[in-house]
Design a protein around this ligand. Structure first.
Ligand SMILES: Nc1ncnc2c1ncn2[C@@H]1O[C@H](COP(=O)(O)OP(=O)(O)OP(=O)(O)O)[C@@H](O)[C@H]1O
Ligand SMILES: O=P(O)(O)OC[C@H]1O[C@](O)(CO)[C@@H](O)[C@@H]1O
Ligand SMILES: [Mg+2]
Length: 404
């Protein structure tokens, strides 16, 4: 059954108050195979590239793109090694991708193709596409990668090159706008449970035990929020979107003291971007220009220890940082399904002639989004949302917001 090009997915089942509300001006196409295809399969040279940090499910998406291209009859498929770097680093060679080659890659985490951050001029990448004769490009990555893909799309358009650039959002942080969720997020939340569980068991078993778990989330605290909600053992969830105070009567430290006296143990879950304002900024950036963050997890652990020493109350503080363990793993079943459908739809989108789009889940429907709208700014936890309130209701934490 084919999808008609005029089919649309309703972005939000809400009435927009103003045309500048997020998503109000965004057209979202229904994803899926079209009756009329834009290019003959025998003319296609397809490439797949994975950029940014790792994310569970990358291999599932790569595999499904190759399988679906094969179903359309495409024989010429290459993998670009190590993200955008593979386009301009002459020491790196493309990888020929066949269904046989990718058959089992979803059984392990990581990316078959490798990933990287930083580097590369758009014009060099487009030169490279031209030189290699690539006319279908599948780009898997987060906000930065999407910005790069959109620039590639614009440059191809400017040069009148017929290249379809189609993205699949990859971010365990779940920080892409307008989508229900991105692949890898569920797996990361699930993997974080082992760390939180260990922190809880350690804390419960120790005399006055306190467990601190740091999870990824540079600007968006979704992983910490959902992992805390899923666990049920977290007493305080700290995210970048909600400033907190450590000291003073409404601070975290006094609350932990209260928990130790009333229930004997406590668990804190902190997102890496939370509490950055408590430490001097590092001032450095990674290769892609993302700010390098201070380690608030280690700082928090130290502050808790100091506080309890000063209070004369014994406390056994255990710190767990499972950072890379929650993303370097194999996708769970629900993410595998998501990856499979996203991968298939990425190929359908390219064959339908879309370019400069990304594939995502919108109100439970698979859809094509224009890239600029989904990366206008990172999606963040809304502290006044019902979901955040559900989270703090579940942890039972008081309001740690700094008071004037
Ligand atoms: N504004 C931009 N314009 C063009 N290219 C960009 C831009 N921002 C980042 N890139 C490129 O995109 C690639 C990935 O960017 P980045 O390291 O920020 O990861 P990301 O896609 O945001 O994923 P993650 O969620 O893991 O951070 C890098 O090669 C980087 O050079
Ligand atoms: O250490 P790396 O590879 O730069 O990745 C860390 C970053 O990845 C992210 O999860 C984004 O993918 C951020 O939250 C985190 O800061
Ligand atoms: Mg990014």
């Amino acid at each position: 059954m084919y999808v008609h090009n005029d089919d649309r997915v309703l972005l939000k089942v809400i009435e927009y108050v103003s045309p500048t509300s997020a998503g109000a001006d965004c057209e979202v196409w229904r994803a899926g195979p079209r009756k009329k295809i834009y290019i003959r399969p025998e003319e296609v040279k397809a490439a797949i590239v994975t950029c940014g940090g790792l994310c569970p499910g990358l291999n599932d998406v790569i595999r499904q793109i190759v399988f679906t291209l094969d179903k359309y009859g495409v024989k010429n498929i290459v993998g670009i090694p190590y993200g955008y770097r593979g386009f301009f680093d002459d020491s790196l060679s493309d990888i020929n991708l066949t269904t046989h080659y990718v058959q089992n890659i979803h059984l392990s985490g990581g990316s078959l193709l490798g990933v990287s951050r930083g580097g590369g001029q758009t014009s060099d990448i487009v030169d490279s596409l031209e030189k290699r004769g690539i006319n279908m490009l599948f780009v898997l990555g987060g906000n930065g990668t999407h910005a790069g893909a959109n620039a590639i799309h614009d440059e191809c358009w400017r040069r009148k090159m017929k290249v379809m650039v189609v993205c699949v959002p990859k971010t365990i942080d779940n920080d892409i706008l307008l989508m229900d969720k991105t692949f890898g997020f569920d797996t990361a939340v699930e993997a974080a449970q082992r760390a939180i569980s260990a922190a809880y068991i350690e804390a419960r078993s120790a005399y006055h035990g306190i467990g601190v778990v740091k999870l990824m989330g540079r600007q968006s605290g979704f992983i910490a929020q959902y992992a805390s909600l899923a666990s049920g053992h977290v007493n305080a969830c700290l995210i970048p979107e909600v400033p907190f105070t450590l000291h003073g009567p409404n601070g975290l430290l006094v609350y932990l003291e209260h928990l130790i006296h009333t229930q004997g143990s406590a668990v804190v879950c902190i997102a890496e971007g939370a509490g950055q304002e408590l430490l001097p900024p590092k001032g450095s950036k990674d290769a892609s220009g993302n700010p390098v963050l201070s380690d608030t997890g280690v700082y928090l652990q130290q502050q808790i220890k100091n506080h309890f020493i000063a209070a004369g109350t014994p406390a056994d503080v255990k710190y767990i940082d499972p950072t890379y363990m929650i993303r370097a793993c194999q996708a769970n079943s629900s993410d595998s399904i998501l990856c499979t459908v996203l991968g298939q739809n990425a190929v359908h989108g390219a064959f339908a002639g879309f370019s400069g789009i990304t594939v995502g889940l919108c109100n439970t429907h698979y859809a094509y989004f224009p890239i600029p709208q989904v990366i206008d700014h990172p999606r963040r936890v809304d502290p006044s949302s019902r979901m955040w309130h559900r989270c703090i209701t579940s942890t039972g934490q008081p309001d740690f917001t700094p008071r004037a």
